[in-house]
Design a protein around this ligand. Sequence first.
Ligand code: PLP
Length: 392
Amino acid sequence: MNPLSTEKIFDFVSKKNFEKIKALADDKQTPFLLINLKKIARKFDELKKYLPLAKIYYAVKANPNGDVIKLLAKKGSCFDIASIGEMRQLLSLGVSGERMSFGNTIKKAVDIAYAFENGITLFTTDSVNDLKNIAKNAPGSRIFFRILTEGSGADWPLSRKFGAHPDMIFRLILKAKQLGLVPYGISFHVGSQQRHIGQWDSAISQCKYLFDTLKNEGIKLQAINIGGGLPARYLQPTQDIEVYTDEIMRFLEKYFGKKLPKIIIEPGRSLVAESGVIVSEIVLISEKSKSSQHKWVYLDVGKFSGLIETMDEAIKYPIFVETKKGHKDLREFILAGPTCDSVDILYEDFKYQFPKNIKIGERVYILTTGAYTTSYSSINFNGVPPLQEFTF
Ligand SMILES: *Cc1c(COP(=O)(O)O)cnc(C)c1O
């Protein structure tokens, strides 16, 4: 997939769309993110088509832009929020609390109370202290219990920090019933940009185990929350979404037969990533020594202006430089951001190839950047403002 020649870029964005992006970008100061709302609408429709049984809760943290939220709300999506900051924003856009779930297992008692007062009655937990807080501040609510997953195979794993071992979850569920809550179902997240579809198999098998053992205790769980993890198209190839959804359905039927529980899915990346292009500019090209093999290219975006998922070079964005003079002769470059912090290097091990004749001031298009960019951008490091975002 590397290098990204002019032809290759059209694997990621259509020619027509790219022309439009360039036209929209033409009179603006870089850097900024352009979001194609139609693409998000298509992705939403596609997911509904492939997984008709699942109720979609968009993971707001992936891209909390108001236009994105309004579009998804209009299309009937529900929303998974991580904080009451996100909740307030959604309320201000006219989304009611009944359409939200509070999916973060780490939350303050006052925030649970605020969420409940404003209509949220669906919470996720993985610890007894959080469970007690929910029972006290959101009495009678429905609860998802999050199991640990190992996260291997994911380009951006979420392992260890969230979830608890099934034995602990079993005890939590008994406790929840005692506390007057509704044990609603089991949730998990297999890790973001998960490239091993089999991870859903093992997670769903654990759900089945818990459904069965709790039935023996007289508790009937109703739902499985299969979280996020569906992929977007970056440089490292993945299967198509349809392959994922087919497999997930097969796993569900393998364990639950034809009488499936309610299914909830919380897509973030897979819905919005491909809608975004960051338009950037080359600030500087430099050589560290006469004999060094690779020149450094410094862009006007970096780890602090939205590209934090380049940490450990985890996510490899398709990147395309537009040179005035054709694309024949390619060279490997090291890519870095503009700030005075040495962690602000984007790709040093993995070498991107660009035309040898790239120049300072030329524009660089970073594709598949609609998810986990603006929401991660710092507010003033080195005096750099947060990454701007425009929708079209
Ligand atoms: C971040 C997150 C998601 C979204 O994950 P993606 O891999 O971006 O789809 C879903 N659910 C929860 C609980 C999350 O924290």
